[in-house]
Each structure stands twice: as structure tokens, then as C-alpha cells.
Design a protein around this ligand. Structure first.
Ligand code: SF4
Length: 703
């Protein structure tokens, strides 16, 4: 029997190597971005794409996507894509490999997992993943492997744990207002986010509101981002102090009669001592902490409190701090105080993750889920590989790993520790990747991964309300395989009777959709997307917030949110629990996202590299003058965890003691061979963990 090319089996038109007339096919962006854009991809032939554009028929994407994905053909057809399985033939970390067959590669992985398990038990194996692809089948199939074999679980702390905790404390549910309502707002507040660089669609809707209604845009951030530059009002806060600003705004709202007392009584727990608590947290108090002038706090509070249709788009940035959840809770109190949730175009959105409710029980083999299996904090991979007993939670050492869609050698905190761990002789590491990342260089077995254009998947947009099915539109490059195939291939060699390991990605998509009550995969793909928005009353919590009492909680039960809750504030407050600067570390560093990268994805694209120009530190010109630094000079940034050399970029729109290093440049772009996250701590945000990427005290020194 002659094997049919995958695209022919999948019902897509022309396949093989024959040239064909190009056509635009529907897809969805898989990258780690709340927009999850509806895409149209020009397929020139079964192995080649041309343009990538936003789908204009989708009213969230509205035809607009970011520059990095518009240029996707550079990434898809990059000469450095991995194309065949390999085994390591040189020292770990050097990237010396030789080609092997898929059978040899998967046999080796299974043998090493079995060997490790025989010595230490199944928890010694740690499948590790994150958000290099956001598809619910390709990203999450690795859970199936963990659950079916009792391997160590992974606590997903790197991104959402901290903001989730703060939002959950007050609101109680992972949803918020439909972002398409932004265009009906009179005031849009972007707090701790930079959508011009990281979620361009938000700006599309802001532009509509500005044009149609003269809406104002307010941005609150630690430095003047491109979004802040586009704002009518920019409030520049010191890192880790957003909670103080939020509480001072609450003070003004209550003091000046701008709080909606009827709403507070009906929809919130409205603690009797809330106003007394706020009494001392006035703008002068907050100004000392945040650096925002008193008159600016007053002006913004009055504007916010007097604009019913005020939409707050709450970002992640300000929560990446030890006190981030407390700050998120304080910020979430603002629409609860003004009652802006009542209005279309009002309220707030952090994420709409919970509205989709996709049943992933087959994808993740949830019937084999065992809560007693230890769960290791992904941010603490360095400490875990260094055999730190607390990080290992008293269990066996990690001696075997599989990584998918993730590059911890650059992205995880305490990168020096991570790299030392990956270098361990007694650690077996299999990496499934698209490119030779810094982590891939440490692999014992390196497997080539498909891109989203070469596999099927199911996507939900945390920043909007659409569910999308995307089919592969290209044949896999070389011998690349998708995540599902790799997980199934390993599981079969380990020995399993679970039926999910015999299902293709398409089968699993279909199963998840129909199990949940959505149209089947083929129907949904043909339709384009499913609008999962809930009724207005539900998205705006007018029929109750997510807690059992249906109220918004100004006084949260932090014990229900996380284990380390004893120091959490009883009422919304600034919590000074961050990595404070001191005489040896006088600066606070923020590692903000760059426009043309997404973590380390896109760092291989020539157009992105050209625009981003290399690792740079934004430093206030006054500090530059005091240190005798000029634009382009090298500067060492460091603390007790490590030091790296970057290039000076004088920048006056940040606090004197703040340093901003945008992007996660791979380690090979630094003279030290390790990237900026070497300086970031793997400490956990309170009360439930979470990466503290913007909570780092550093020193600056001339090399
Ligand atoms: S804006 Fe986000 S979701 Fe849209 S194309 Fe760019 S990375 Fe993908």
C-alpha cells in the first residue's frame, strides 16, 4: 500500500511537490499571546507558505496581527529548523549531535525513563512543558504522559499563577468583560500591559473607541512602553508598587463620593472597616511609594470614578513580583468600587480562560490523574536539578526529563543553576523542539518538532471569546513530528493500555469538542470559530461573582487561594514583599517583553533580530551621566545570582532606580553565555507561587 500524504488524508486540496496556485487557508496563531489571532495563511504549495494575515471576518482579530507573525515564513522556512532525530555525541551543552532514526530515538527515551524509574520510582521522571504552543491538544498531551505513568507533575507557575491568585481572590472566576466592548468604552485603562508590542488587537479596539467616542486611553506601567507613548495619560509607577496606587485610587473614590454604594451593597462583601482602612492610604502616601505625583493620582481617580463606561484591561506585567497577587487584588477592587461592571463597555478583563470549558479528559488522561503524585514548580527547575530538598518536596531526584515547547535554559529563573543542572551526567534529557535552542544543546536525544502550520490543534483565546480548530496546511518539514505523535510513541514503548495514546491529534480535538458539547472538529473548522461568549449578565457578574456568596471580595479568603497566605493583607493594600533594593543593589530590574520576540520564540528570525538590535538596558540619563555611560557602552548588570553584560540605552521615561531589559535574548547573545534570567530569583510569589521576573534588585557596573 502506498502511504498517502497527510494533507490528502485530511481533505485539503492539492498535496505533494507539484506547484499549485496559491490560496489563503484558515489557521490560528499558537503563540503565547492572549490574542490567539484568527489567521489566513497563503499556501503556495504543500511545503511553502507566503503571506500570513489576520482574518478580517473575525471581529476580535479584525484583520490585524503583529509584525512577527506576519513575517512567519521566515520562521517556517528558516534554514536552522531541526529536521531529523539526533543523539548527543559531544559534551552536554555544546550542541554536538549525530542523526539517528525515530525508532532509535524513541527506544532510547523509553529505555532511559524505565532505567530511571527502576532506580528511583516514577517521580524521578519529569515531563516539562509550557506555552511555546498554546493548542489544547499539542501543548497538553504531555499531561497524558505524566498522568498515565505517575511521573512528577508540573506546577505551571511561570506566567499565570501570580495574576490568577490575585484575580481569583476578589473576582472568584477566570473571566471578565468581552474585549469587543472596548469599542463602546469612554475610558480604557491598560494596567501593567503593553498591547502595542504584545497584544496588538487590543489597540485595534481602543482605536475604534477613540475614533467613534473620543475615548481616552490611560496606561499604568513602570516605563514608557510604546503603548504608554500612545496613551492620553501615562502613570509611571515604580516596580512592585501598583498595589499602593490602586489603594490610593480607592481612597479617593470613597472620599469624593465616586464609589457606587448601591452596587457595593448589592454585589460585594463591602467590609464595614474598608473605608477606615483606606483612610491613611491617601495619594500622598501612595506617591511616596509609587513615585506617581499626588495630582496625577487625584486626576486619574476622578476621571476613573466619573466615567461609568471605563474598561480596565489588566495585564500580567505588574503581577510578576512577590507581591503581585496582592497588587492584582487591589487593582481588581477598582471596578467593584465604581460599579463599572454594570455597563456595557465597563468592567475589566484579565482573562476569559474559563468560558470555554473544553473537556480535556482524554487529551490529558484525567482518569489516571493522581493528586498524591508530587507537583514540582517549573520556575524552580534550577533548584530541583540542584537536588534542593525543599524544591524536590522530599521526593527522589529528577534524573530523566522530556521537554516540549519550552526553553528553560533561557526562560526559567536562576538560569545559571538551570544550566548547571542540565549539564548533570546523571540526568537524561530528551528535547522536542523546532530549533537548536539553548536547552536543546543539553539534550541527550533531540527530536524535531512541527510548527503549528504542520499539525492540527484546538485553540482558545484567553484574551477574547473564540474557540478555533486549525488544520495542518503544510506537510511536516523533513522528519518533524507533532507533540501528540511523540507522546504516543514514547507511551507505547513504555507500555500502556490507555486508548488516548492510540488517538491522533485530530481524534483528540474531535473527542474534546464533542465531549464538551461543541460541534465536531470538521464542522467547527468549516465554520471558522465558535463564539463562546456568555450572556452579558454573566460576563459582567451581574448574576453573581465567582465565589459561593456571589459577591466580589474586598476581604478575600487567601487561605482558599494558596498555602503561604498568612502574610496576605486582609483588605486591599500595598504589600512591600518584594526584592527591595539596598546599598549593594540600588536598582530594580524589569525584564519586559520585546516587540519582535515572544520569550525566545522568534529570536531566530532575521527581521526580528534586526529590529531588536541586541540585549540592551534602558537606564535613566541621569544615572548614565553619574556613571559616565553613553549610548552603546557595555554595562554589567548583576546580583548574587549572576551577572551579564548588555548595552546601555539612555531612557528618561522610567524611575531613576529602575532598569528595563526587554526580551529574553538567548544566552549566546551575551558574552557570559547566559541570559538575563540568570539574575531573576525562583522565589515564589505569595500566596500560591508564580514567577517574579520583574522583582529583581541589581547593581550596575562598568565592565
Ligand atoms: S498578536 Fe499574538 S496571537 Fe496575534 S499573531 Fe501576534 S503573537 Fe499571534
Amino acid at each position: 500500500m502506498v502511504a498517502m500524504p497527510m494533507l490528502a488524508r485530511r481533505g485539503l486540496s492539492a498535496v505533494g511537490f507539484r506547484p499549485m496556485t496559491s490560496e489563503f487557508l484558515r489557521s490560528a496563531c499558537p503563540h503565547d499571546c492572549p490574542s490567539c489571532c484568527a489567521l489566513e495563511v497563503e499556501r503556495i504549495d504543500a511545503r511553502t507558505i507566503g503571506k500570513v494575515r489576520g482574518n478580517a471576518a473575525n471581529d476580535y482579530t479584525a484583520g490585524v496581527i503583529c509584525a512577527k507573525v506576519s513575517a512567519y515564513k521566515e520562521r517556517q522556512h528558516h534554514p536552522d529548523r531541526l529536521t531529523h532525530p539526533m543523539k548527543r555525541v559531544g559534551p552536554k551543552g555544546t550542541g554536538a549531535f549525530e542523526r539517528i532514526s525515530w525508532d532509535e530515538a524513541l527506544d532510547t527515551v523509553a529505555e532511559n525513563f524505565k532505567r530511571a524509574e527502576a532506580e528511583y520510582g516514577p517521580e524521578t521522571v519529569w515531563p516539562y512543558h509550557f506555552a511555546g504552543t498554546m493548542g489544547l491538544v499539542q501543548r497538553d498531551s504531555i499531561f497524558r504522559l505524566r498522568h498515565a505513568f505517575g511521573f512528577s507533575r508540573m506546577e505551571q507557575t511561570i506566567c499565570t499563577a501570580a495574576p490568577d491568585a490575585g484575580w481569583k481572590a476578589g473576582v472568584g472566576a477566570m473571566r471578565g468583560a468581552d474585549p469587543r466592548e472596548i469599542q463602546e468604552s469612554d475610558l480604557i485603562v491598560v494596567w501593567g500591559g503593553n498591547p502595542v508590542s504584545t497584544q496588538v488587537n487590543v489597540m485595534t479596539h481602543v482605536a475604534k473607541a477613540r475614533k467613534a467616542r473620543g475615548a481616552k486611553l490611560v496606561v499604568i506601567d513602570v516605563y514608557e512602553t510604546p503603548t504608554a507613548s500612545a496613551a492620553d495619560i501615562f502613570l509611571k509607577v515604580r516596580p512592585g508598587t501598583d498595589g499602593a496606587l490602586a489603594v490610593a485610587i480607592l481612597h479617593v473614590l470613597f472620599k469624593e463620593g465616586l464609589a457606587d454604594r448601591q452596587y457595593l451593597a448589592e454585589y460585594t462583601d463591602f467590609p464595614a472597616d474598608l473605608e477606615a482602612h483606606l483612610e491613611s492610604r491617601d495619594p500622598a502616601w501612595a506617591s511616596e511609594i509609587t513615585g506617581v505625583p499626588v495630582e496625577d493620582i487625584l486626576a486619574f481617580a476622578r476621571l476613573y470614578g466619573s466615567t461609568p463606561k471605563s474598561f480596565m484591561r489588566v495585564g500580567y506585567g505588574f503581577t510578576r513580583s512577590r507581591n503581585g497577587p496582592a497588587a492584582m487584588h487591589a487593582v481588581s477592587c477598582l471596578p467593584a468600587a465604581t460599579g463599572s461592571w454594570r455597563h456595557k463597555g465597563g468592567g475589566a478583563l484579565y482573562t476569559n480562560r474559563s468560558i470555554f470549558g473544553v473537556d480535556q479528559s482524554m487529551v490529558m488522561a484525567l482518569d489516571r490523574f493522581d493528586r498524591s503524585v508530587r507537583e514540582l514548580d517549573m520556575c524552580q527547575i534550577g533548584r530541583i536539578l540542584a537536588r534542593d530538598e525543599v524544591a524536590l518536596k522530599g521526593g527522589p531526584p529528577v534524573t530523566a526529563m522530556l521537554t516540549q515547547n519550552v526553553n528553560p535554559a533561557d526562560v526559567a529563573p536562576e538560569s545559571n543553576l538551570v544550566r548547571d543542572g542540565l549539564r548533570r551526567d546523571d540526568l537524561f534529557l530528551c528535547v522536542h523542539e523546532q530549533f537548536m535552542t539553548e536547552t536543546a544543546k543539553f539534550a541527550d536525544i533531540l527530536l524535531p518538532a512541527t510548527t503549528f502550520l504542520e499539525c492540527d490543534d484546538l485553540y482558545q483565546g484567553g484574551g477574547h471569546i473564540y474557540l478555533q480548530v486549525a488544520k495542518a496546511i503544510l506537510e511536516p518539514l523533513g522528519e518533524c513530528r507533532d507533540n501528540t505523535a511523540v507522546i504516543n510513541g514514547i507511551a507505547k514503548r513504555l507500555g500502556t493500555d490507555h486508548p488516548a495514546f492510540s488517538m491522533s491529534a485530530w481524534d483528540l480535538i474531535d473527542d474534546a469538542l464533542t465531549r464538551t458539547g461543541y460541534p465536531d472538529a470538521e464542522t467547527l473548522h468549516a465554520k471558522g470559530w465558535e463564539n463562546c461568549v456568555k450572556p452579558f449578565e454573566e460576563m459582567h457578574f451581574l448574576n453573581g461573582f465567582g465565589h459561593a456568596d456571589g459577591k466580589f471580595h474586598f476581604s478575600p479568603d487567601w487561605s482558599a487561594v494558596g498555602e503561604t497566605h498568612s502574610d496576605m493583607p486582609r483588605l486591599p493594600d500595598h504589600m512591600p514583599a518584594h526584592d527591595s533594593s539596598d546599598k549593594d543593589h540600588p536598582f530594580r530590574m524589569v525584564t519586559a517583553p520585546a516587540r519582535r520576540f515572544l520569550n525566545t520564540s522568534f529570536t531566530e528570525m532575521p527581521s526580528s533580530l534586526k529590529k531588536e538590535r541586541g540585549p540592551r538596558a534602558k537606564i535613566h540619563p541621569q544615572v548614565c551621566a553619574e556613571m559616565g555611560l553613553a549610548e552603546g557602552d557595555p554595562i554589567r548588570v548583576g546580583n548574587k545570582r549572576g551577572a551579564v553584560t548588555v548595552t546601555v540605552e539612555p531612557f528618561d521615561e522610567l524611575d531613576l532606580n529602575t532598569v528595563v531589559v526587554e526580551s529574553v535574548w538567548p544566552g549566546h547573545h551575551f558574552p557570559e553565555g547566559v541570559g538575563i534570567n540568570a539574575l531573576v530569583s525562583a522565589d515564589r510569589a505569595l500566596p500560591n507561587g508564580g514567577g517574579v521576573f520583574h522583582d529583581t534588585a541589581v547593581w550596575l557596573a562598568k565592565p
